[in-house]
Design a protein around this ligand. Structure first.
Ligand SMILES: *Cc1c(COP(=O)(O)O)cnc(C)c1O
Length: 401
């Protein structure tokens, strides 16, 4: 399988530790050669020598929209529809605040009760600050239909469930939400760079995603937001700042939004962090989401098949077997999940644990080999056979799991 893999040459672009199998690119992608090159260039030349001139000479002001245009093809967006800024929770806040103004007679925002906690915190906070009564309802997403009515302003869902790896039907759900007269906001944290997306075809209103997961932009990398062209110019950024103003250097005291996606900028772009993300995006010039998807499904199929063969009855495979409903990770349920992941890390298999009982393994086709999948399952079998996960060292949880 590795010999037939068209993506195999890309692996050499990434820094990976010898003997280690990295199945956590869904949490923090590894560093690539072009990240190093681009960060060095920005530090040594643009910042180092150019200093303040580089805001003009190196085009720093344009970086948020230029990088947005580089991400656009990965989610099926058009140029001018994606902006890179802030981090994901902030962008969700901006989009919720902006969207709520466009359904002034509606009072409910729906989200998934199994959603990522940060999404839930910020959605609730933005509802409370809407300037009118708006309530967030956390629901069972499989019963969305029952909750959709003419009081629902907006629905926010994470397209690939961070815990189970289930991929939701973006086009079908968006259509359902629109039919009820509500707006749709998708969280692409575990989707961008992981599964092919077509925001244009699905008629998505708004979306936002992470730069540091499958896009490999580095720890705390800036995030991206998508606003469909037809919405631009109509939405108000609830966190306005000088760099989203039409004329920031006129220092006017009345806010007037810039055109297009620039209106969603609040403050100074984080240029060194953007350089890392820029370098990380180079890899996508050499492949496509369709190629990545084919290998992603082959990797997760192999992992699930080997896990069922080598570890029968030990774990519950939580991730859907149906390809159409699977993201690019596999979740295995086990009551001793935390200790198992810690024991695996000691054995050179890096995955992560999501409470209360999920062992999560991300499969990133840009640098993983099929032999890595085979070896990972061998090492999991070893840990389960020796029960090293029961060791006292693993009784106390680290701050980051
Ligand atoms: C990772 C993740 C986030 C992270 O948000 P930050 O603000 O970038 O830290 C948000 N939502 C989901 C669903 C995630 O998986």
């Amino acid at each position: 399988m590795d010999e037939a893999d068209v993506l195999a040459p890309l692996r050499q672009e990434f820094t990976l530790n010898d003997g280690e199998i990295y199945l956590d690119g869904n949490s923090l992608g590894p560093v690539s050669t072009s990240v190093r090159r681009r960060v060095r260039e920005v530090i040594d030349d643009e910042w180092g020598r150019g200093l303040v001139r580089s805001w003009n000479d190196a085009g720093w002001m344009g970086e948020p929209t230029r990088l947005g245009d580089r991400i656009a093809p990965l989610i099926g967006a058009q140029p001018g529809e994606v902006l890179v800024a802030d981090t994901l929770t902030f962008l969700i806040a901006k989009l919720i605040g902006a969207a709520l103004e466009h359904r002034p007679d509606r009072h409910v925002v729906l989200t998934d009760a199994a959603n990522f906690h940060s999404d839930i915190y910020i959605i609730e906070a933005m509802c409370e600050r809407a300037g009118r009564p708006v309530t967030m309802k956390t629901i069972d997403r499989d019963r969305l239909e029952e909750y959709l009515n003419d009081d629902v302003a907006l629905v926010e869902l994470t397209q690939v469930d961070y815990r189970t790896g289930e991929s939701l039907d973006m086009a079908g759900i968006t259509e359902q939400v629109h039919a009820a007269g509500a707006l749709m906001l998708w969280d692409f944290a575990h989707s961008a760079g992981a599964v092919p997306l077509d925001v244009t075809g699905a008629d998505v209103d708004f979306a936002a995603g992470c730069g540091y997961k499958y896009l490999n932009g580095g720890p705390g990398a800036p995030a991206f937001l998508y606003v469909r062209k037809s919405w631009q110019g109509q939405l108000r950024n609830p966190l306005p700042g000088w760099l989203g103003h039409a004329r920031p250097f006129d220092f006017e005291l009345t806010y007037e939004p810039a055109d297009g996606m620039q209106a969603f900028v609040t403050s100074s772009p984080s240029i060194v962090a953007l350089a890392a993300l820029d370098g990380a995006l180079d890899i996508w010039d050499r492949t496509s989401m369709d190629q990545v998807r084919v290998k992603s499904l082959a990797l997760t199929d192999l992992f699930i098949g080997l896990a069922e063969e080598r570890l029968p009855g030990i774990f519950e495979v939580v991730t859907p077997l149906d390809h159409a409903r699977r993201g690019s990770q596999v979740a295995l349920r086990h009551p001793e999940g935390y200790g198992i992941i810690q024991a695996l890390i000691e054995n050179g298999v890096i995955g992560d644990f999501r409470a209360p009982d999920i062992c999560r393994f991300g499969f990133t086709p840009l640098y993983l080999r099929f032999v890595d999948v085979f070896d990972a399952v061998e090492r999991i079998s070893g840990v389960m056979a020796t029960e090293s996960f029961r060791d006292d060292r693993f009784a106390v949880h680290n701050a980051v799991t």
